[in-house]
Ligand binder design. Sequence first.
Ligand SMILES: [Ca+2]
Length: 347
Amino acid sequence: MILSMVALGFSKDTKMSILLKSISTERLKNIYAARGASLYALAKLSIDDNVSDTKDKDKRAQGAAGIVAPGDFPKAGAAPIGANAENDDHDSEDIEEQHDEKWNPGKNPYSVTIGNRDCNVYLSPENGKININGLNDKNREFLVTFLKKRDIDEFDADIITDSILDWIDPNDLTHINGAEDGFYGSLPDPYKTKDAPFSSIEEVALVRGVTSDIFENIKEFITIYGNKEISVNVNLASKEVLSSIPGLSDDIVHELSLYMEENGIIGDMEKLRDIFWELGIIGDNFEDVKRYLTLENSEFITITAFSQGSSSMQKQSNESSVQHGYDYKLIAGKDDNGYKIYAAYPE
Ligand SMILES: [Ca+2]
């Protein structure tokens, strides 16, 4: 009663500022949850099945099941969505199994609860994207086709592709539509070509033809991480990327995805050969396509954690920013001691 009288006395501005404050608190919770989920995934990725002390290390986490204390791991929903999760009672054995479970890259997200936030975490190998450090004159058509699929006109697609080639090649010979020091030196704020592989994805925005709109349009589909090979992971690459491979069409990629939905991932090259045989890609055509494909996961992985807004908040507010949750992204690469973080978005 008293509260409602007080509330009636609030000016419109005060109500607005309380609403904004509560939105920003919810937003902060989402941010910390998404960041926590990313780091949790990093730890789960780094679990070495062959190391005997893994269990001891993870025992610390068991005590904190459900509650996230600083330095502790939260309770994990172990199975990816769609996996068999019938056993829902958390006796100690279950929890132990969950904490010992290594996470691996795949199409479906893992779930983990951080504080009161449910987070979905996607683990995507970087070789599901086009590695522009692996671009050369023989495979350039892959990138040109991809750029055109992203609604970039052919002329710009050629400029961007040739300019990327010039950016990474050590020489100063300009490709037909490319750019070397002469071009960049004549800009209002002049700079030089790298003449070496890209060391960050943001560097792509420096290349001739790559406007900020184009960079935003393509950045999720290209990578600079990995062993400088153009081949992409046939099991985990997006349709946009796969259907840009010279020799593959939208229809073929659609058939391929139907096959994988039914039968799971493709385990070996002979299987891939059989599938393509059925789709009419045989002999030299298969060999041409095969050099763009691999069945191995890259040692670099993008961890994307998505924190959902709390359910109570969604009822209270129609603010899409709250309902939308928050996503946080880490790019991690394997080293001797597990995974090392190479980049984080937002920083
Ligand atoms: Ca060059």
